[in-house]
Design a protein around this ligand. Structure first.
Ligand code: ADE
Length: 244
C-alpha cells in the first residue's frame, strides 16, 4: 500500500509515521508513505499557497494552482488512484470506509489548512472527500495520519499474525468483549473463571455474549446493522428486559 500525502507541513508526520507498527511496516516494505510539500508547487517568489477569499469574509483559502499542480505531479499517468481531500465536509470515516480504502494499492491524501480549498480543487482533481468526524481540526494532517494508520493495519502482515484485525471493535459490526491478562486478581477484581477454564468453546461463547452486551450498553445503534443469529436476538431481548 502506497500513500502519497500532500501537505504544507510534512514535518508533522514525523513521530506518527516513524515509530512502532507503521515504522516496521515501512521497513518491511508493506507500506510506503511519501510526503510532498505543496509549497514546492507555488510559482511566485514568496511561494504563496493561500489567499483572501473572493467576496470578502474572514480567513484564507488555499490557492488552486499550487494544489492542482502538486496533485498532477504526484498522480502522473495514474488515473485509478483515489485523490482524497481531507475536509470536515467529506463523508465520515468509519471502519467500513477504511476497509474500502484498503482495497486500493495507492491513495493520494490532500491536506487542507486555513478556511479550506478553492472550490476548483474539488472540480478538477479530487475524487473523494473524507472527514474524520464532526469537529474541525486546524488542518487535514491529523486526519490523513488517522487514515494511514487505520488503513495500514488492514494490510496483510502489518499486524502480527497472532492479532489480526478481524475481531476488532467495529470490524465485526460489534464492540469487542473485555480483555484480561495477568494477574488473576487485582484489588479484589478477579478475571472471569471461564477465561482461565481452558474451555475454548465456552470462552468463545462468553466473548460473543460480552461483545453483544457491551454493544447494547454503549452503541445500541450498531445492533441495527450487525449480523445476529436468532439466539443472539433472544439474548439481547433478555438483556433489554433486565434478565441477563
Ligand atoms: N480538516 C479540518 N477538520 C477536518 C476533519 N474533521 N476531517 C478531515 N479533515 C479536516
Amino acid at each position: 500500500m502506497r500513500f502519497d500525502i500532500l501537505t504544507l507541513f510534512p514535518a508533522m508526520f514525523e513521530g506518527p509515521m516513524t515509530e512502532s507498527i507503521l515504522k516496521r511496516a515501512q521497513e518491511k516494505g508493506l507500506i510506503e508513505v511519501n510526503l510532498h510539500n505543496i509549497r514546492d508547487h507555488a510559482t511566485d517568489k514568496h511561494k504563496t499557497t493561500d489567499d483572501t477569499p473572493y467576496g470578502g469574509g474572514g480567513g484564507m483559502v488555499m490557492k488552486v494552482e499550487p494544489l492542482v499542480s502538486a496533485v498532477e505531479a504526484v498522480r502522473g499517468e495514474d488515473s485509478a488512484t483515489p485523490i482524497i481531500l481531507m475536509t470536515p465536509q467529506g463523508r465520515v470515516l468509519t471502519q467500513k470506509v477504511v476497509q474500502e480504502l484498503a482495497q486500493h494499492p495507492r491513495l493520494i491524501l490532500v491536506c487542507g489548512r486555513y478556511e479550506g480549498f478553492d472550490e476548483r480543487v474539488r472540480q478538477t482533481v479530487a475524487t473523494d472527500e473524507i472527514s474524520v468526524g464532526d469537529y474541525v481540526l486546524t488542518g487535514g494532517e491529523l486526519a490523513a495520519m488517522l487514515i494511514v494508520d487505520a488503513v495500514s493495519r488492514l494490510v496483510p502482515g502489518v499486524l502480527g499474525a497472532q492479532w489480526g484485525a478481524d475481531e476488532d471493535s467495529h470490524a465485526t459490526g460489534l464492540l469487542e468483549y473485555p480483555h484480561y491478562t495477568k494477574p488473576p486478581e487485582f484489588r479484589g477484581l478477579r478475571v472471569p473463571d471461564v477465561l482461565v477454564s481452558g474451555h475454548h468453546a465456552e470462552v468463545e461463547k462468553w466473548r460473543r455474549r460480552e461483545s453483544l452486551k457491551r454493544t447494547w450498553q454503549r452503541r445500541p445503534d450498531m445492533l441495527l446493522t450487525a449480523e445476529l443469529t436468532d439466539a443472539e436476538r433472544w439474548y439481547l431481548a433478555e438483556l433489554a428486559k433486565g434478565n441477563s
